[in-house]
Design a protein around this ligand. Structure first.
Ligand code: UDP
Length: 255
């Protein structure tokens, strides 16, 4: 790990230069932060689980024709992805009121929204990633109207697919946050592809029967059994490491 050139270190991940040009290695950490880094902690085994969960979800999305940056998982904590130019927006898709929309608009948490709602946040830590409108995005040139349209369409397809996939294992997809990037092929043609990760760090996942939280809200709200909740998500998706949770403490090479 230390021999590679580090490109970026964020809250939950470190990015390294990949083995070939145009590739990046995403290393998933156990570190967690919330409320714009006001709360910081560790969720033991989270990195291993998020690496595997994100691999699984990105692969499923790829199978239905959603272009993603995912190439392959390298080991317990790392995956190889295609290098993209990240669009400086977080796309949030909501099905049920929770978190900031519940507070901002005084909608009781758990209310099913009249339809899926897509919101955008401008990626600027110093401003705490403020919500922005399509007007802001195109006026300030963060994305073109065409790119915005593409991101909206992809986000709604991703939401439909993931909502069904999670429902099948007894989980309600309340909301999630994704990021997109510009990918340039060998002919320098650009396309918008799904980047970053999809995991319980970036989704709200509620047990569909009991509404128990199975995501990072457990960490945000100082609840117990945080790692266990991430593990339960992986277990329900049928992707927990074969030899069980013990693997999680001991990263090892898979290939
Ligand atoms: N989210 C995220 N990173 C952030 C903020 C939010 O991944 O920095 C996710 C969050 O887990 C939830 C969705 O985006 O699934 C919507 O979050 P919301 O706007 O309600 O913000 P929050 O309540 O997390 O501040």
């Amino acid at each position: 790990m230390s021999r590679r050139r580090q490109i970026y270190e964020g809250k939950g991940k470190v990015l390294f230069e990949g083995p070939e040009p145009g590739t990046i290695v995403q290393y998933f950490k156990d570190d967690a932060s919330a409320f714009n880094n006001k709360k910081i902690g560790t969720i033991t085994g989270k990195g291993v689980l998020n690496n595997r969960i994100s691999e699984y979800l990105m692969t499923c999305l790829g199978d239905i024709g959603i272009p993603t940056h995912f190439v392959r998982r390298l080991n317990m904590r790392e995956q190889l992805v295609r290098e993209v130019e990240i669009i400086p927006l977080e796309v949030v898709v909501r099905n049920v009121a929770a978190g900031s929309i519940a507070t901002r608009l005084a909608i009781p948490e758990g209310t099913t929204l009249p339809r899926s709602i897509v919101e955008f946040r401008y990626k600027a830590k110093e401003l705490s990633n403020p919500f922005v409108s399509e007007e802001h995005i195109t006026a300030f040139g963060w994305a073109t109207p065409h790119e915005l349209d593409e991101m909206m369409q992809l986000s709604l397809r991703i939401n439909d697919f993931l909502s069904g996939l999670f429902l099948g294992v007894g989980i309600r997809l309340v909301d999630f946050r994704i990021e997109f990037g510009r990918f340039y092929n060998q002919n320098d043609e650009m396309s918008i592809i799904l980047a970053d990760e999809i995991s319980p760090d970036s989704c709200r996942l509620w047990d569909s029967r009991t509404s128990e939280r199975m995501d990072k809200d457990r960490f945000r709200q100082d609840m117990d059994r945080v790692a266990e909740a991430y593990q339960e998500v992986a277990q329900r998706l049928g992707i927990l490491p074969e030899s069980g949770p013990r693997d999680i403490q001991a990263p090892k090479l898979m290939q």
